[in-house]
Write a protein that binds this ligand. Structure first.
Ligand SMILES: NC(=O)C1=CN([C@@H]2O[C@H](COP(=O)(O)OP(=O)(O)OC[C@H]3O[C@@H](n4cnc5c(N)ncnc54)[C@H](OP(=O)(O)O)[C@@H]3O)[C@@H](O)[C@H]2O)[C@@H](O)CC1
Ligand SMILES: [K+]
Length: 485
């Protein structure tokens, strides 16, 4: 099952539906126990709990209550616990009593040299950046102090993942029942996310917009069977680049060649350059001579003149799946009717600038709503590029993928992504699967190629085969979610 990321309203619905567990405080005790366990695990990594010191930053709501109960539990295990109350009159009364009873101390500021700090400033009830008092506490921490956020790093918006300034950067985030949207959308700020089971059920409304992500095991990369030949595995056609600027053509066609063992065709004035790099590509200068394909990739480096527009129109008039990228998106932004309401599978792959051209407005802080709105309005699938790639289908289902690094933010990387996704469309994957899986292997190839050093798109393309091999064989070994501090 894909992982589902909840909105704050969905979390509150789930908690309310638990009835007595909420009213009796059982949910909070379970949540706090989960936080204490996570902090203890961090302390146990280096010497254990006894005699160590932990700070707690306590806000005005139940997030602070979780933090106080957790710190009380740690204090009972021999940890010296220090709390700063940001709103003393509002600090969770029962949590504060438990904290004091366990020997915790309330101070005006946190002492230096703490082993860990628990961020209990705000959770799903927070809005906007850290207020000055909390910002001062976090700015004063020693760099080696481990920060464990309760539910969310404070200053990160729960539903959109908007990272306010200032806000907390956590090493570990402990959340309850189900991950929140921000855990994916602001993954680099959350560190390792631990989901604690507190006994609440899934509040899914069938028609609700959903944000999900696939695990490595759910990427079902097409593998040829005994009866397959070069045609049955999907023939992808690439319309990209030009004789003058052949790079996009070579990268997109090369990615398609690498991503499928079927056939890749190319149409355009860079046909000679493409074939000299990839002799297996069947290339033609004109669409009329192209031969049959099962899906088109159209746009990278193709230009936006009348000839390019006519070519795009012809391809979109077909009943084949089409991936629309780069220059083709610029053409579409002047003529949305080319794709809006198209009956055949259609995947648009804009970066933020192209997205703004398509819609006439910046993406804004709420990327999930922005991409889902466009997909619903035009009845197409939209892949919005970024560190966290989002792929929305017209029903409002959004698949997210955290690239785990930003090494793929390099010229030509988008052409590679288009070639991969196009080859998946050609084997009959839905536009959403094609986009989401392509983003995943693309990110993994970037990690394999980079290993900490800058890469160009050629290196990314060269690493595509080993990356796909890991997914196709179910042996993804590399941890992709390693946020830099
Ligand atoms: N429900 C449950 O059973 C369970 C809930 N659980 C826990 O409860 C958490 C939700 O608790 P919650 O609803 O009390 O809200 P919460 O996030 O603590 O903060 C709200 C208060 O903070 C304030 N504030 C707002 N923005 C701010 C800012 N930028 N900077 C500073 N302060 C700011 C604002 O007060 P104000 O100062 O504006 O009056 C507001 O009243 C949830 O995340 C989880 O940890 C778990 O125990 C599991 C069971
Ligand atoms: K928090």
């Amino acid at each position: 099952m894909p992982t589902r990321y909840l909105t704050a309203d969905e979390v509150r619905d789930a908690e309310r539906a638990s009835g007595d567990l909420l009213a009796s405080g059982t949910l909070m005790r379970r949540a706090a126990h989960g936080v204490a366990q996570a902090v203890a695990a961090e302390l146990n990594r280096a010497g254990g709990c006894y005699g160590r010191s932990v700070g707690v930053v306590v806000g005005a709501g139940d997030n602070g209550g979780d933090a106080l109960f957790a710190a009380a539990e740690l204090a009972r295990r021999g940890v010296a616990a220090h709390a700063v109350l940001l709103a003393p009159e509002k600090a969770h009364p029962a949590g504060l009593r438990a904290f004091r009873a366990a020997g915790g101390r309330v101070d005006d500021a946190l002492p230096g040299g703490l082993d860990a700090v628990i961020d209990g400033v705000v959770g799903i009830g927070g809005r906007g950046p850290l207020r000055p008092a909390a910002a001062t506490v976090f700015a004063g921490l020693d760099p080696e102090t481990v920060v464990v956020a309760v539910d969310l790093p404070s200053g990160i918006e729960a539903d959109t993942g908007e990272v306010h300034d200032p806000s907390v950067r956590a090493d570990v985030t402990v959340t309850f029942g189900f991950p929140r949207r921000a855990h994916l959308l602001a993954a680099p700020r959350c560190g390792r996310v631990v989901v604690v089971d507190i006994g609440v059920g899934d509040p899914l409304q069938p028609d609700a917009r959903q944000l999900i992500s696939y695990s490595d095991a759910e990427i079902d990369w097409p593998v040829p069977g005994p009866a397959d030949d070069k045609y049955t595995q999907g023939v992808v056609g690439v319309i990209a680049g030009s004789h003058r600027y052949p790079g996009a053509a070579i990268l997109a066609a090369g990615a398609a060649v690498t991503a499928t063992s079927g056939m890749t065709r190319y149409v355009g004035s860079a046909h000679a350059e493409v074939v000299s790099h990839f002799p297996e590509v069947v290339a033609a200068p004109d669409l009329a001579d192209a031969g049959r394909v099962q899906a088109w990739v159209v746009g990278p480096g193709m230009g936006t003149d009348a000839a390019a527009t006519a070519l795009l129109r012809t391809v979109l008039d077909s009943d084949l799946p089409v991936l629309v990228d780069a220059d083709a998106l610029t053409i579409v932004s002047n003529e949305p009717g080319l794709v809006a309401g198209r009956a055949a599978p259609t995947l648009l792959t804009p970066h933020a600038g192209e997205f703004a051209r398509l819609t006439g407005a910046e993406v804004g802080a709420d990327r999930v709503s922005a991409v889902a709105d466009l997909a619903a309005r035009w009845g197409v699938t939209v892949l919005l590029k970024g560190r966290i790639t989002l792929v929305a289908d017209p029903s409002g289902r959004v698949v997210g993928n955290d690239a785990g690094s930003s090494w793929a933010a390099t010229a030509g990387a988008g052409d590679v992504l288009a070639g991969i996704a196009g080859s998946l469309l050609a084997v009959g994957r839905s536009p959403q699967e094609a986009g989401a899986w392509a983003a995943r292997v693309h990110a993994h190839a970037a990690l394999l190629a980079s290993r900490g050093a800058p890469i160009g798109a050629s290196a990314l393309l060269a690493a595509l085969r080993p990356a796909i091999r890991e997914f196709a064989t179910g042996r993804t070994a590399t941890e992709t979610h390693t946020p830099p501090r």
